[in-house]
Design a binder for this molecule. Sequence first.
Ligand SMILES: [Zn+2]
Length: 318
Amino acid sequence: MKTIQALFIVTLCILFTASPLAVSAGEFDWPLVRVTDRIYAIYGPFDLPNPENRGFRNTVVIVLTTAGVVLFDPGGSAWSGERIVERIKSLTDEPVVAVFNSHAHGDHWLGNEGVKKAYPAAVIYGHPKMKAKVEGADGERWLDLINRVTEGKAGGEKVVAPDKVVNDGDVIDIGDTKFRIYHTGPAHTDNDISIEIVGEDALFTGDVVRNQFLGMMEEDASFKGNIAAIDFMLGKNFKHYIPAHGSAGGRELLNEYRAYLATLKSTVKLFYDDGLADFEMKPDVVKALEDYQQWPGFDIRVGPHISRVYLEIEAEEF
Ligand SMILES: [Zn+2]
């Protein structure tokens, strides 16, 4: 492990990057950030996929083991997967030996293609439902979508799904490091995994937690399950929580995102009980969520979130 070299590079990146989220067209400008001696992260921007970010918009995790490098969520395009591989080569000569995908949303797995180009032997892991979705219609849909919204700059040619599945409680041994998988049922999706890096006091939460950022909650999401999944993670009491969007932190990060979800749900429930439809209650719900209005993604996501919570409450009432 080239710790000194890595620290030097990280320092250079901090010195010469005006903003860690800045990007010039076609460049991969996001620095490596040290989380622990063996864990690094690259924090992508919060923007939707576009020609400038070429589909890269998530938090990538890099774990150094004695068997090689393990990656979590290698970006949202083949292009970003390739750039991440280049960045890893500035840190270590070791190959990428494994990739974990946190869930089936394309910004977390489309980079598999770029990693496999450089390291065909790398083993990709995901939840069984994630693997099924990506191998089904969802995979092609995401590939088409990313190529369209990036105006062909994502570099994607084919769907690369996980090779192997992992379930709740599984422990994957890679070199000197154990990776423990958690899945507590539907939360952000029905196929989320969170990953403990055993011995590092660190958990990658996937999209079950975002750091001051709002994203999609689709048909397979459960707001109730998401809150329960966060409570489970808080119960584990790790030092480092690494979300799939935004930077790593401690418990406060989970409490904050949990508070958004809980305030959203309880406020919608209040107006639901008063007989209001989702569109009728929206202005008042938005007012109740004023602490979160500055979060990127709030304006485009809050409406769909209210509608989904409304349907969830309706289903719970019957
Ligand atoms: Zn997601």
